[in-house]
Write a protein that binds this ligand. Structure first.
Ligand SMILES: [Zn+2]
Ligand SMILES: [Zn+2]
Length: 258
């Protein structure tokens, strides 16, 4: 397997390296493919826990296209984007997703809405528990709203790659909140995989989870196996926001997605 990442961030959104620094860091590590997939800007009136409405301007996009050209022959750069799904903002999303021609479009759910309040489930344990509290402490509800939101996003068919499929497990170390082997959880997952399969889009093995409390890639091994069984294809994403996060063991990952 070649060294690749289909999911990375730069100073265009919340990453630490400039696009050029990221490209250089990837080249020095022997990367063959690098997709730069910064977070897209947030819609007006939405408070996205620190995510700016100044993310990913037209100038940023043009800069990436220039870098892509400049580094041709050294590394394959894909000009990508990571979109968030904003419930109730479908018109805005539809308009924005078509505005530019990307090489790859990621879709993610980081936020769930409870009583019109928005919680970024992976930003902190407090935020996660805030969402849980909003649902009266019912973890099943939190999880099912998460997957329902993801299904709605994926079902539009607007995107190419589902990022960190089971992000909802980020604080679920030692099955603290739910047990993935329970029937209700497996059902949510499989329903969502079916939509991904139907839409013919790919899934990401996201290595960002390895440095989060869950200490595991997204998605879990059994989900990868199930998805592969269904004929869903995988791409590797480091979700690197800093230089060291570009490092990973190619053999370990290739064992996962075979
Ligand atoms: Zn993400
Ligand atoms: Zn990301």
């Amino acid at each position: 397997m070649e060294k690749v990442s289909y999911h990375t961030h730069t100073t265009i959104s919340d990453g630490k390296l400039t696009p050029r620094e990221l490209v250089e860091a990837a080249i020095s590590r022997g990367y063959k493919v690098l997709a730069i997939t910064d977070h897209y800007t947030t819609p007006e009136g939405v408070n996205s826990s620190g995510w700016g409405n100044d993310f990913y301007t037209d100038e940023d996009y043009l800069e990436l296209r220039k870098l892509q050209e400049e580094y041709k022959g050294k590394i394959k750069i894909l000009v990508g984007v990571e979109f968030e799904w904003y419930l109730g903002r479908e018109d805005w999303l539809f308009q924005e997703v078509q505005k530019r021609d990307y090489d790859i479009k990621l879709i993610s759910v980081h936020q769930i809405v409870v009583d019109s309040k928005r919680f970024t489930i992976n930003s902190s344990k407090e935020a996660f528990e805030g969402a849980l509290l909003g649902f009266g402490g019912e973890i099943k509800k939190v999880v099912s709203v998460y997957y329902e939101t993801l299904r709605e996003a994926v079902g539009t068919g607007w995107y190419d790659l589902v990022a960190h499929f089971d992000l909802i497990k980020v604080y679920n170390e030692d099955s603290k909140y739910f047990d993935e082997s329970e029937e209700w959880y497996r059902k949510e997952v499989i329903r969502t995989l079916k939509v991904i399969k139907e839409m013919g889009i790919k899934m990401e093995v996201n290595l960002g989870g390895l440095i989060r409390p869950c200490r595991e890639q997204y998605p879990s091994r059994w989900i990868i196996d199930k998805a592969k069984e269904m004929g869903i294809e995988f791409l590797v994403g480091t979700d690197a926001h800093k230089e060291p996060q570009l490092d990973y063991d190619v053999n370990e990952v290739s064992e996962l997605i075979g």
